[in-house]
Design a protein around this ligand. Structure first.
Ligand code: AMP
Ligand code: ZN
Length: 700
């Protein structure tokens, strides 16, 4: 047990970790990862361990919500058995003296604990089954009378989105089981994109000048949320099935290893040849360790192995935490890392003018692809690592995203290795650079490289998501029609588009349709698209919600930039307590200065004139007296409202929703099975209300 002060500081650390994780997740989704995948995993591991120890409610955990969450327009259903995470054997785990615990030992400890819980003798047999952990998206299939009735995403683990038509269209699972004709059962597995199919699909996108899918996992998640399933059969997305969490009126084998055979007999795709029945923990661990070289031969990405107790009869007895079941544990592979030679370093200009060093490598086969370029992050990093051209460097690719140069092998440095210098001028426009700590910037907003990057960013999925408007086409548009501001996209004519090389009337129409659809995305997405420094997804949403319209926002920015003290007070009296949460003075100065510029105004005027929605899609807050300005904490299961819904309604009425109870909390809304938060509220004398009372306060 930890003392109260220890627990408090652990909670602080947990909150810090959560903020980091969310920040890096957003950066990753924007396609601008700032840390290595392995570093990110470490953060998540540390967070998971701490959250387990503090028994944080699953609904409040940032690692509990898997990527594929609820998407508007999809029907949401409840899982009969929650789709949980898996406990991980973690390289970050340390013993009480602070020394790392080897993974094999962690598994042995896990195994011994399970035996104890089952009241088995230490030397009693307890066979395990080891399976690959495919890096895809979890899916739940319901078969009724042997026919596929429903396919559902993992969602938040409790509820998921119905994607039956999408899954059916891929052809990844059979519509009928081979020998089951009655009863009902759930089959779980993983939807994934085989590497070869993924690359072939991307090659086709590239040939068509369209935006590529970033990685197989996110790609699978994205495609499964396509409203119109037509064409999904061309993606080559597949499914591996590995679990039957419940069945009614269907007789099943009693071991996990036999379940896999049974699933295969039913016509489902199963990784039979890759699974290994192990006699004990040591055997299972040896199989995991021996599996590393096999990874490269697989046509799908795996990020580890899952070790499961083979006898299903024990599962119920072993139980689960709110976060993971006790019948299994995951072994994670260390990220693949290989040495290669650094042949050259070029400089890439980003949308905000940031100059990034890019490593050109002797091609090396790494995590299923040939890598010949890698990120060196920034010039500060290059200096810190003292990387030189000609060096032997280690490259890492933790399953996905951009490969990274992680270290240098000094011993192998050839005598003619050349140091890498910070550029003095922009390699594209020649402007003298500006240095800001570890970063180097091209200060010229008209720099052609920046213009291209900004336009691409505007059309990108994270921003306005204009289908059909990829980098090739943007390049052509810049060259042919001197487009340099995003609003100019919207005044393009079919004729102008069709005249471009490799474009026909059909593609031109598609692009126009894509632009038409993008018009309604709303102020937050427009703001993201403008690539204003410090305005990421969350900040854009906050600004849009707070100001509601571009007019209000720009008018405010002008006042703020002019030094209007009232405006300054409104938005950022001091860090964290202003009208816009967490907006610090320096950040606000920078954001509003940019928003007050004539360039930004021109773009907004242009967008409005073209019929682009520059108002918040979310309704403006309608402040409700008694709720506005008050701080709420939600706990337990509410009778009618989902927690997110309740939170949204409170925020909409001007209230704040926070994850933990403190002296500053005004109300705790408690539902069924409210736990420690309710106790904390009572302890601190915070008002506790139920859903009905909340609804009354909201005037609903
Ligand atoms: P995580 O989300 O990393 O905690 O891992 C849990 C997820 O791993 C599950 O929800 C599944 O989607 C996925 N998974 C992949 N392969 C397997 C497997 N062989 N057995 C169980 N889960 C698997
Ligand atoms: Zn430049």
């Amino acid at each position: 047990m930890s003392s109260p002060t220890e627990a408090a500081s652990e909670r602080d650390e947990l909150a810090r970790l959560a903020a980091h994780i969310q920040h890096h997740e957003a950066a990753y989704r924007r396609g601008e990862p700032e840390i290595l995948d392995s570093e990110f995993d470490e953060l998540v591991d540390r967070y998971g361990e701490l959250a387990d120890r503090l028994e944080i409610d699953v609904a409040d955990r940032v690692d509990a919500a898997p990527g594929a969450d609820h998407t508007d327009g999809f029907e949401t259903v409840e899982h009969k058995v929650a789709m949980l995470s898996l406990e991980k054997l973690s390289p970050a785990r340390k013993d009480s003296a602070g020394a790392p615990i080897p993974l094999g030992e962690q598994l042995a400890q896990w195994y011994a604990r399970r035996k104890k819980e089952l009241e088995l003798a230490e030397d009693a047999p307890l066979p395990l089954l080891v399976e690959p952990k495919v890096d895809g998206i979890g899916v739940s299939l319901i078969y009724q009378g042997g026919r596929l009735a429903r396919a559902v995403t993992r969602g938040n683990g409790r509820t998921g989105d119905v994607i039956t038509r999408q899954v059916q269209q891929t052809g990844a699972v059979p519509s009928r089981l081979a020998s089951v004709t009655s009863g009902e059962l759930e089959i779980r597995g993983e939807l994934y994109w085989p590497t070869s199919a993924f690359e072939a699909y991307n090659a086709r996108l590239k040939a068509a000048g369209e935006r590529l899918v970033i990685n197989p996992r996110n790609g699978t998640a994205g495609y499964m949320k396509r409203k119109e399933p037509e064409g999904l059969e061309e993606t080559g997305i597949q499914a591996f099935l590995y679990q039957v969490p419940w069945a009614e009126g269907v007789t099943l084998p009693v071991r996990q290893s036999d379940i896999l055979d049974w699933l295969a007999e039913q016509g489902l795709h199963v990784y039979l040849s890759e699974a290994h029945r192990a006699t004990d923990a040591a055997d299972a661990f040896a199989y995991c360790e021996g599996y590393h070289p096999r990874r490269a031969e697989l046509d799908y990405e795996i990020d580890g192995m899952v070790i499961k107790i083979d006898e299903l009869k024990w599962y119920r007895r072993l139980g689960e935490t709110g976060h993971h079941p006790h019948w299994g544990v995951a072994y994670k592979f260390p990220p693949e890392r290989k040495p290669t030679r650094l042949l050259d370093v070029t400089v890439q200009v980003g949308k905000s003018g940031k100059l990034t060093p890019v490593a050109h490598l002797e091609p090396v086969f790494l995590a299923q692809t040939t890598v010949s370029r890698a990120s060196l992050h920034n010039f500060g990093e290059v200096e810190r690592k003292d990387v030189r051209i000609g060096d032997t460097v280690y490259v890492e690719k933790a399953g996905e995203i951009i490969p990274q140069v992680v270290s240098v092998d000094r011993a192998k440095r050839p005598p003619d290795a050349r140091p890498i210098h910070r550029p003095k001028e922009c390699p594209v426009c020649g402007a003298l650079v500006v240095e800001e700590e570890v970063f180097v910037y091209c200060p010229n907003p008209a720099c052609p490289a920046q213009v291209q990057e900004r336009l691409e960013h505007f059309a990108s999925r994270a921003a306005m998501d204009v289908e059909g408007l990829g980098s090739k086409l943007i390049e052509q548009l810049v060259a042919a029609y001197r487009i340099d501001k995003p609003h100019q996209f919207f005044t393009l004519t079919a004729d102008q588009l069709a005249r471009l090389e490799r474009m026909g009337t059909k593609s031109a129409e598609n692009v126009l349709a894509g632009l038409e659809r993008a018009k309604g995305r709303g102020l937050a997405r427009v703001l993201v698209g403008l690539a204003i420094r410090h305005v990421g997804e969350t900040m854009a949403e906050d600004l849009a919600r707070y100001f509601g319209t571009s007019d209000a926002l720009l008018e405010f920015a002008a006042r703020y930039a002019a030094g209007d003290t009232e405006a300054v007070e409104v938005v950022a009296p001091e860090k964290g307590t202003g009208a816009i949460e967490g907006l610090a003075r320096k950040t606000a100065d920078s954001i509003f200065a940019e928003l007050a510029s004539p360039q930004v105004r021109e773009v907004f005027d242009g967008l409005r004139a073209a019929g682009v929605k520059v108002e918040a899609v979310l309704e403006r807050r309608v402040e409700v007296e008694g709720v506005a300005g008050k701080s709420f904490v939600l706990t337990g299961t509410l009778p009618t409202l989902k927690r997110k819904e309740a939170g949204d309604r409170i925020k909409h009425a001007g209230g704040k929703v926070s994850g933990s109870v403190s002296k500053k909390t005004d109300f705790v809304v408690a539902g069924e099975e409210a736990g420690s938060k309710l106790e904390k509220a009572k302890e601190l004398g915070v008002a506790v209300i139920d859903e009905a009372e909340l609804l009354r306060m909201l005037g609903a």
